[in-house]
Design a protein around this ligand. Structure first.
Ligand code: PMV
Length: 342
């Protein structure tokens, strides 16, 4: 039977403990954990069609946002070639894939995690329909996580809602460098409805890619202590999240964000992705938190945009703080409103 109705939606995620540094085939040097988001997602549809050539190379027809996109297509062909051993049907069928994002392409939001995990879910669905394998939901998601990781490391965390952890650590039973594990059930419910509004300081493409950034960790003199620190921070963060200790959560998450950028600044060659308004926003959040005694925190991805984190109980105060004080520091006043996928 030819598989049909293969469509999957997968969201972006934001790391609380950061993965920065890798080895082998997309294996992390340290464990990480992230919130899975709701509004920023990719939706991908896949059809299996008969091939033009008898066998051999990948045959892919790819459209992004309804239009042919050769740059994206050739990236995906390369990726599919690298995972043929996991999906032998790629030798037997051609693929028609169409994908779109819920957020504009150049909004300053990383799209590789959502795009790669949506594609991986489609591939696993095709396998399930063709072979009858992967009927068990846990097996299905685990394979989707492994395949997502091969596409873009942090994408492996996007297949699970709420929170997902990736990377072997003594702090999480069953954790692995090869796939993420769901972690939402282990934390206080305050984190199930946490907000993450993305303050867009710049939507321009980054000057240094994540791939290059990871590679620079290999010569970074702080690499070894950093990997140890990430593991220690993870242990402390999990304890804080279990009891709903927001203050501790904030201290660790902000430390992780600034450490990530400090590592960039002390790589050889060094690079800086933060911009003056990134720092201005961080300062405003800290000042406001101290003066108003509100649980307002931030984290930062590998770019200049600031993720503003707060619990649902203070959503109203956060909205007016954003509109009055943070929006003016954003590019064209742009803020992407998001929250943890419940
Ligand atoms: O998955 P990559 O290769 O794009 O790297 C992601 C790295 C960070 O976003 C900075 C941290 C993380 O854990 O997501």
């Amino acid at each position: 039977m030819t598989p049909h109705n293969i469509t999957h939606r997968s969201p972006s995620n934001i790391a609380l403990v950061k993965y920065w540094g890798k080895y082998g085939v997309q294996l992390p040097r340290n464990p990480s954990i992230s919130f899975t988001l709701t509004n920023a997602y990719s939706e991908t549809s896949m059809q299996l069609v008969s091939r033009n050539a008898a066998n051999g190379s990948i045959e892919l027809d790819f459209t992004f946002e309804g239009e042919k996109n050769e740059a994206f297509r050739s990236k995906q062909v390369k990726f599919l070639e690298s995972i043929v051993e996991h999906f032998p049907f790629l030798h037997e069928y051609g693929l028609q894939v169409s994908s779109s994002n819920s957020f504009p392409h150049s909004a300053g939001i990383a799209s590789s995690a959502s795009a790669m995990s949506a594609l991986a879910l489609c591939l696993c669905d095709a396998e399930r329909q063709l072979t009858g394998n992967l009927q068990n939901e846990a097996d299905f998601l685990r394979k989707a996580s492994i395949i997502s990781r091969l596409g873009s490391g942090s994408a492996c965390r996007s297949v699970y809602p709420q929170l997902a952890a990736w990377g072997q650590t003594k702090h999480i039973e069953g954790s692995s460098n090869e796939y993420a594990v769901p972690y939402g059930h282990e934390v206080d419910t305050v984190f199930h409805s946490f907000h993450d509004d993305i303050l867009i300081v710049s939507s321009a493409e980054k000057s240094v890619s994540s791939r290059a950034g990871h590679a620079l960790m290999e010569g970074n003199p702080f690499a070894a202590p950093r990997y140890q620190q990430a593991d220690d921070n993870l242990g402390e963060l999990l304890a804080a999240m279990k009891t709903g200790d927001l203050e501790k959560f904030g201290v660790i998450v902000e430390n992780e964000a600034l450490t990530l950028h400090a590592l960039m600044m002390c790589s050889y060659p060094s690079f800086v992705l933060l911009q003056p308004n990134s720092l201005a926003i961080i300062e405003r959040i800290k000042q406001f938190r101290d003066s108003e005694k509100l649980p307002f925190y931030f984290t930062i991805d590998a770019g200049p945009n600031i993720h503003f984190l707060y619990p649902d109980s203070v959503a109203e105060q956060a909205k007016s703080f954003i509109d009055n004080e943070l929006r003016p520091l954003c590019e064209n006043g742009k803020v992407v409103i998001d929250k943890v996928q419940g």
